[in-house]
Design a binder for this molecule. Structure first.
Ligand code: NAI
Ligand code: ISE
Length: 334
């Protein structure tokens, strides 16, 4: 069976996911797509989604497809995911599920009312081989986890990227993956701002340090630095009672050249997690063929959004430690 896929938002990741569906993975074909910028939709069809129909709205895409990928900007996700749930269609939603917790809560409520999982959130790091191996190491070898030191560095970001996006666009990956890695939830957050880089602008404080505390007492520090210039660099070290474990670097050839020891660093998120994106979307296709969804759920997207809202408040009161509290988890997500 070949699933008819729809893509809503055909920018950087929408087009890359359309390429995956049509040219890398099995079980799906992009038949419909839309973008508020029609030229972007046309470029997607011409480059990777040959034969797909360009639609005028997300609703038209949903009607024409068996399952959909929501890859528009974060503010648009809620309405598009709710429309897919209302139509009973499996939906893969890029992170964040919603830019604020209230939006994510409405999605959880709609899915619970529908009575079956339909939503997978694009937290692809859970599918990354390095993170999967680190999780196993934490569970089996390192002893009780005590601390995590992490860094999320982008070489640059677009001009429209502003201070809160360091949380709901960037840190959101650590918020989800560290909770999954430790099998724990957060209870407090604090944000502090070191000296700013001269490579930022007035609407973006960069870098930032986010301190999280979990219910089991693990202390986490994450450096978010989105104008670091030198590369796309994701670091994570877990300190346990018996030892430490570190996220492996992506494969690269160590060189000895011109009297220098060298190893290149990737520049683009598309390359850093390329295998993880493939595995997460194949997982989506497999579950969607059964009319459902697996992997990171709306509940995970909601918990991430609650945590992210508190971190954004903490940005506005630098140094303050703010509590994070979660509602009870509906049985659908057990
Ligand atoms: P982008 O700006 O390259 O593409 C977004 C596209 O969505 C644009 O073409 C825009 O015209 C379109 N769009 C915006 N609002 C729309 C609406 N209401 N209906 C239809 N189209 C709409 O952005 P990018 O980098 O592709 O990001 C898209 C989403 O994917 C964001 O939520 C972002 O956080 C997420 N993302 C996830 C990544 C990951 O590592 N999992 C990596 C990059 C992005
Ligand atoms: C982007 O949207 C992503 O999701 C990337 O994975 C992340 O590293 C980057 O900071 C975001 O802007």
């Amino acid at each position: 069976m070949t699933l008819r896929l729809g893509v809503i938002g055909t920018g950087a990741i929408g087009t890359d996911h359309a390429r995956r569906i049509n040219h890398v993975l099995t079980g799906g074909r992009v038949v419909a797509l839309t973008d508020v910028n029609r030229e972007s939709a046309e470029a997607c069809v011409a480059s990777v989604a040959e034969g797909a129909r360009i639609c005028d709205s997300a609703e038209e895409v949903i009607a024409a497809s068996d399952a959909v990928l929501v890859c528009s900007w974060g503010q648009a996700h809620e309405a598009q995911v709710l429309a897919a749930i209302a139509a009973g269609k499996p939906v893969f939603c890029e992170k964040p599920l919603a830019t604020e917790a209230e939006g994510a809560r409405r999605i959880v409520e709609a899915e619970v009312a529908f009575g079956r999982r339909l939503v997978q959130v694009g937290f692809m790091r859970r599918y990354d081989r390095g993170y999967v191996a680190l999780k196993r190491m934490v569970a089996e070898r390192l002893g009780t986890p005590l601390m995590v030191h992490a860094a999320h560095r982008n070489p640059t970001v677009p001009e429209r990227y502003v201070t809160p996006m360091a949380i709901h666009d960037t840190l959101i990956h650590e918020i989800d993956v560290l909770r999954w890695l430790l099998d724990d939830d957060y209870v407090s957050a604090q944000v502090i701002f070191p000296r700013a880089t001269s490579h930022t602008h007035g609407a973006l404080k960069d870098p930032q340090i986010v301190l999280l505390e979990t219910a089991k007492g693990v202390r986490i520090d994450v450096e978010v630095f989105v104008n670091c210039r030198y590369g796309y660099d994701i670091q994570c070290e877990v300190v346990g009672e018996e030892g430490t474990g570190r996220l492996p670097e992506p494969m690269a050839i160590p060189t000895r050249l011109n009297a220098t020891l060298g190893q290149s660093i990737l520049m683009d998120w598309k390359d850093r997690f390329i295998d993880a994106y493939d595995v997460e979307l194949q997982d989506f296709l497999t579950a969607a063929a059964r009319g459902t969804a697996s992997g990171p759920s709306s509940w995970d997207g909601y918990v991430a959004a609650i945590t992210s809202d508190v971190c954004v408040q903490a940005q506005e009161a630098p140094g303050s430690i703010l509590p994070i509290s979660l509602p009870a988890r509906p049985a659908l997500y057990d």
